[in-house]
Structure formats: C-alpha cells, structure tokens
Design a protein around this ligand. Structure first.
Ligand code: SF4
Ligand code: SF4
Length: 371
C-alpha cells in the first residue's frame, strides 16, 4: 500500500481508504470488513453522523478501531442541521460518543458545505466556527476539513478561505468537474480525500469499452480506482465498501497494481477526450423537447443511451432503461414512457438545440436496451 502525505499535516495516509457509508446490515460483518481493510494496509476510515440510522456507521467504526486507535485516522463530518454554536458542539459530542474516541483526526466542520451556508450560518459570532476552534484547542479535533458538492467556482473560494487542512470532494472517470479544484487544493497545501472514486457504484459495473483501454485490467472498478489514485494531487480514494470481496479486491488493486503507467494514463485521457466529443452529439437533458404528446421520456431514454454508447456500461444502461416507467407508476411526479411509445410524429426534433435525430436515437435505444 502506498501512503501519501496529507497536505501540511504531514500525516501519511493510505491511497485507499475505507468509506463507511454503505456498510452491511449485520454489525459483526460491518466491523469485520473494516478490520480486514485495516489488516491489508488501509489506515483511514471515513464516516459521517448521517450515515445509517442513529449514527450507526460511526458506532461501527468505533468498534472497528477498538484496540488499534493510534494506527487509524478517523474522518467524519458535522451536519449543519441548525446554526448555533451549542447545536454544533452537541453534534460533535454525539459523534465522539458514537465513535467512542477522545478525538477525531480529520473533521469536516460542515458536511456538504455551501459557501452561502458557511457565510450565513457558520462563520459568525455565536455560530459553529467559534466552537470548532475551541474544540480543536481542547484536542477533540486534530484537523479541519470540508466536504462539498458546490459549484467548482465556489469550491475554489472555500479553499481560499485558508481555514482547512483538507477537502473531501467527488472525482471519478465519469465526473471530473472538480479536477481543477483538486489541483488548487493540492497547491494550497490541503490534503484531498476523494469520494465516489467508482461513481457510487456506476463504475462497479462492467464496461468493455473502458477496460479495453488498459490491457490486463481485471475489472472496471479496478481501472476507476487506479485512475483516481494516479492523480498525484489526490491523497486518498475513499471507496465505499460493503462486502469482504470488495475489500479484498480493492486492497489487492492498491497493494499490487497501484498507479497507471504514463502510457496507460495517456490512453485513458484519449478515451475521455473521445467521450467528450461523443457527449456533444448526445442529449444534454435540457428538456426543451418535452412534453412529448405520447408521453415518451425523451431525456430519460437518451440518458440511458449515453450510458451505453459513451461509457459502455451496458448493464447499467439496461437497468436505467428498464426503470423508465411504462405509465403504471402513480408514485412518480412525472410519468414517462419508454422509447417504444414513440409514433414518430416529429414534433420534438425542431425544439432540440442539439439538433439531435431524436427519433433515430429513440429507435436505437429501443433496440439496444429494450427487452
Ligand atoms: S416523435 Fe416520438 S418522441 Fe418525438 S414528440 Fe413525437 S411521439 Fe414524442
Ligand atoms: S431537446 Fe434535445 S438535448 Fe434537450 S432533452 Fe430533448 S433531446 Fe435532449
């Protein structure tokens, strides 16, 4: 396992860390898979108060690190439910109790921070920030971090606040929106923890198209993981693991295969560039063509086609397509039909700014993804 220095903290963190948001339902199994990860070289576990009911994920993490606390870095996050300093402190104390520890190593002061929320509800007198600084002085928190799904522009601004030592951000082969932010965080001396390295499981499915780029890649998640950790600005990829098999596989990748070679990185970059061009000829989900008088869910159907044609994730594309409702689901706000309901009236195509041959693409989706 490779260990990387976490920004200015100097702490050395395993390139693969354990994301504890999708633990198995059985408590003993949840603890066992985290401990197996630790045995195989992982030294960071990331959790949050809101993962699982009543702080379950944190409670399981606490059990997993029992007896080896000093060898493991715990990362967790305080949700901004309400805005007073006292409320923030109460949640921190709850988390320390859940984890059954005296301190938290890496603490996202706000789970999924928004710049506006930070400015209005956190940084002012009587709000959470003053309590956070106090808690750090008391030794309850070692390092401040933040997690965010904000616009990249605002993430840049958050980094520039100079308040944090680390950042938790989404990054994977399908979503590179924060690539510049990751570089900026690295240059600013922050450690970068990546969430969603296999795109919340989407890259957990087989893609011959992706795998064919790197010969000898055993699986799509392997490629996805190796690609993320090949970015030197990333300290650790936090993979949400829920089975012993995933732990064994991911640790084997991190321990034995490691980074992509320079040539492999070029091959993946070329594929991503090609995909970008392909995306230009597919639906952007702008919805301008809707509603279809026949009720066809045009953006939904064409979205499934993208998953197939651009990413080669056939099982995932079929799964999406199969879930496009056939008119009988009364619980959906918007009931849409699959491509086979199209009668080729032609009303949608003139409304499409992409000038897509919508009817052709619907037919293609029907052929490739319909049962
Ligand atoms: S061509 Fe098909 S998808 Fe387009 S509006 Fe007509 S029925 Fe709907
Ligand atoms: S108008 Fe074109 S790009 Fe927009 S949702 Fe419809 S098909 Fe997709």
């Amino acid at each position: 396992m490779e260990y990387r220095v976490y920004g200015k903290t100097g702490k050395e963190i395993s390139v693969l860390s354990f994301g504890a948001m999708r633990l198995p339902g059985d408590d003993d199994e949840a603890v066992a898979i985290m401990q197996r990860g630790l045995d195989l070289g992982i030294n960071m576990i990331d959790t949050a108060l809101v993962y699982g009911p009543d702080g379950r994920s944190e409670i399981m993490v606490g059990r997993a690190v029992k007896g080896r606390r000093e060898q493991v870095y715990i990362s967790t996050k305080n949700p901004l439910y309400e805005h007073t300093a006292a409320g923030w402190r109460e949640r921190l104390e709850q988390q320390l109790t859940n984890l059954d520890v005296d301190y938290i190593d890496f603490y996202a002061l706000i789970h999924d921070v928004h710049l506006d929320g930070f400015n209005e509800h956190f940084k002012n007198p009587g709000q959470g920030l003053e309590e956070a600084i106090k808690a750090r002085d008391e030794g309850l928190i070692r390092h401040f971090t933040f997690s965010s799904h904000e616009s990249p522009e605002n993430v840049h601004k958050l980094i520039d606040l100079g308040l944090w030592e680390g950042m938790i951000i989404q990054y994977n082969l399908l979503d590179r929106a924060y690539e510049d932010c990751i570089a900026h965080a690295f240059e600013s001396g922050l450690g970068v923890q990546v969430m969603g390295p296999v795109a919340g499981g989407r890259l957990g499915m087989v893609s011959d198209r992706l795998q064919s780029v790197i010969t000898g890649t055993a699986s799509t998640p392997e490629l996805a993981l190796r690609w993320v950790i090949s970015n030197p600005a990333v300290v650790t990829a936090m993979s949400g693991m829920s089975t012993m098999e995933q732990v064994e596989e991911n640790c084997a990748v991190a321990n034995n295969k490691g980074l992509l070679t320079a040539a492999e990185q070029v091959a993946v970059a070329e594929l991503l560039e090609e995909n970008k061009k392909l995306l230009d000829i597919y639906c952007t989900s702008c919805n301008y063509c809707m509603p279809c008088p026949q009720g066809v869910g045009i953006p939904q159907v064409l979205g499934a086609l993208i998953v197939e044609k651009v990413w080669g994730l056939t099982d995932m594309a079929k799964h999406h397509y199969a879930h496009i409702v056939r008119g009988e689901d009364k619980f959906q706000d918007e009931v849409v039909l699959a491509a086979d309901a199209c009668i080729e009236c032609g009303l949608c195509e003139p409304k499409c700014p992409q000038k897509l041959s919508i009817m052709e693409q619907l037919k293609e989706a029907c052929e490739l993804l319909g049962s």
